[in-house]
Design a protein around this ligand. Sequence first.
Ligand code: ATP
Length: 222
Amino acid sequence: MLRVGLSGGIGSGKSTVARALADHGAVIIDADRLAREVVEPGTAGLEAIRERFGSGILTSDGALDRPALGRVVFADTAARGDLERITHPLIAARTKELIDAAPPMSIVVHDVPLLVEVGYAPRYHLVIIVGASRETRLERLVTHRGMDRADAEQRIDAQASDEQRRAVADVWLHNQGSVDELRAATETLYAERLAPFLANLEQGVGLETHEVPGPVEVERLT
Ligand code: ATP
């Protein structure tokens, strides 16, 4: 199994890259999705949050009221720590389950928006970062996602910078052009870097004997 970490700032194009790799059979583990799943109605996660923060963080139909919880933890570091102590082990356990369930001859792509912030880079054989300028990401979030500009700016500024991401990147996908160009760059990355690993694994050549390629820039390969 080749373990790949995929990250990039909000609106950089991570999900687009993950979808292109999934088309090649990669197993995608979406950290954001798991974070939502572990607090769905009926889960132990939501019950633990209700016990800690009270029923005021639930909507009338019993789901997690994210804005309400956000208001509680935003200004209170201790409360945020409590929330993380509830959710992080649940997300980690589910991630492990999914990794364990993946076929041995597979590429597992862990899509983690905060990969750099949480120091996960050493967990992977290969770290792929999708980068785009702040202005480009802002424009995408506002025009494609309908996000309020000030909100988008605040979210971008709360994350690590692309400079910090560069420090851990083995592969840098520069997403300043079109979506088609990003897809083409991902295809090249797959063909040149990822598929050869699968071929090696299938021939019984493990990662111990075949090093993962070192830092490489995939700058607009089209
Ligand atoms: P998030 O962190 O919010 O999950 P993300 O990094 O997963 O974002 P995507 O969802 O892949 O990013 O892309 C963000 C938005 O920008 C989407 O609406 C996507 O269609 C669009 N987008 C991505 N790449 C490009 C591009 N090269 N040109 C134009 N639009 C793009």
